[in-house]
Design a binder for this molecule. Structure first.
Ligand code: NAD
Ligand code: MG
Length: 389
């Protein structure tokens, strides 16, 4: 029996993780659930899964949650510090990091410090502070099992292999809802279009990131740190069917891939159960339904975010942290129709030019960089044509 803490239990990954847990009551037990502000769903989840403790980080929701669960033996905490503290609990075996964005960083670091196994969905943690996080995990002998489908695929391909014999990683990308479109079309697209992902059902922010290809840029950086690769060792290929979840090419030219239908419950289940593989009854892939699997290079000129993210990776230091902060800001603004689709790349690029470069950042440097980048990005957003009219 594994006792699990799900950070971000009300999100897309969090709710699917609870489906996985519910399907395997003999294997998993929920120890902790956390959410930011969706009190109603958190209360419902707490009643159903009876965790030992829950955290609502939005403190204004504390009373509502506490009152609703008064009759149950569930400890209720509020605020960001509670999140950092609760992951250290003795009762927890695995921490699933499914919080969105930079906000997930400190709780993951805290869980690693406490020696917990990490199932990591929150890619921004590795984008921002990959070097620091992986070093700490090595020091504490903590396993970080990827949940992101591409990284789960690579992780599965690497089992039984020698990391030194990897030539390159090939990350597949669906291309998102605007695959094949050019700038003259993209200039007018709205959040409602961008949220219609063809293959995956995901949270709003990552859906926009998929449409701009920033998601793939973030995943390239995530892969670099997770698997200890050089920048040049990670390729991206567009594969619009999302059946091949990613590939590893070895020094003899042999390539391994992991495939399946696009369903996040598979990598979530794999990460929670690791090192075991457990049975489920989800729909199986039938190759006859996919007579054509296609592969094409990404259009870096139109989807500039992928190129900008790679540049930030090559620059190193705090550049990926700036990239992430600016991206979180502009995506939030795009979701509110305050900036245009193509403007997002310009604003991220300009923010990267403005923020002070730090070659070897500490955790505090990352915090300050994040704040500084958000301040610049907010200025650019304010000046957007869409905000003015
Ligand atoms: P989501 O927006 O659906 O859910 C985010 C969760 O984080 C919610 O439970 C929310 O309450 C919590 N949260 C948000 N801001 C917070 C804050 N400031 N403090 C504490 N908690 C906060 O997001 P999602 O789509 O589930 O994605 C979660 C993470 O997993 C992201 O890093 C994303 O990149 C990654 N991921 C998601 C998918 C997917 O299919 N959705 C796939 C791969 C990776
Ligand atoms: Mg992914």
């Amino acid at each position: 029996m594994k006792r699990i803490a799900i950070l971000g239990s009300t999100g897309s990954v969090g709710t699917q993780a609870l489906e996985v847990v519910a399907a395997h009551p003999d294997l998993f037990e929920v120890e902790v659930l956390t959410a930011n502000s969706n009190a109603a769903l958190l209360i419902e989840q707490a009643r159903k899964f009876k965790p030992n403790a829950i955290v609502v980080t939005d403190e204004s929701k504390y009373k509502e949650v506490k009152d609703a669960l008064m009759m149950l033996p569930i400890k209720v905490f509020a605020g960001q510090q509670a999140l950092v503290d609760v992951v250290k609990w003795e009762g927890i075996d695995v921490v699933l990091g499914a919080i969105l964005g930079f906000a997930g960083l400190r709780s993951i670091i805290s869980a690693i410090e406490a020696g917990k196994t990490i199932a990591l969905a929150n890619k921004e943690t590795l984008v921002v502070a990959g070097e620091l996080v992986m070093k700490l995990a090595e020091e504490k002998r903590v396993n970080i099992i990827p949940v992101d489908s591409e990284h789960s695929a690579i992780f599965q391909c690497l089992i039984g292999e020698d990391l030194n014999k990897v030539e390159k990683l090939i990350l597949t990308a669906s291309g998102g809802p605007f695959l094949g479109r050019k700038s003259n079309y993209l200039v007018n697209v709205k959040a409602s279009h961008a949220l219609q992902h063809p293959n995956w059902s995901m949270g709003a922010k990552i859906s926009i990131d998929s449409a701009t290809l920033m998601n793939k840029g973030l995943e390239v950086i995530e892969a670099k740190w997770l698997f200890g690769m050089k920048n040049e060792q990670i390729d991206v290929i567009i594969h619009s069917q999302s059946i091949v979840h990613s590939m590893v090419q070895f020094v003899d030219g042999s390539i391994k891939s992991q495939m399946g239908l696009p369903d996040m419950k598979l990598p979530i289940q794999y990460a929670l159960a690791f090192p075991h593989r457990i049975q489920n009854n989800y729909k199986r892939l039938d190759f006859k339904d996919f007579p054509k699997l296609t592969f094409e290079p990404p259009d870096y000129k139109t989807f500039r975010n992928l190129a900008i993210a790679k540049e930030a990776m090559f620059r190193g230091g705090n550049a990926p942290c700036v990239l992430n902060a600016a991206n979180e800001m502009v995506v939030h603004a795009f979701l509110q129709n305050k900036v245009g689709f193509l403007e997002m790349s310009d604003m991220i690029e300009k923010t990267l030019e403005c923020v002070t470069f730090i070659e070897h950042p500490t955790l505090d440097d990352y915090q300050n960089t994040d704040t500084e980048a958000r301040t610049y990005a907010a200025e650019f957003i304010k000046k957007s044509q869409l905000s003015i009219y």
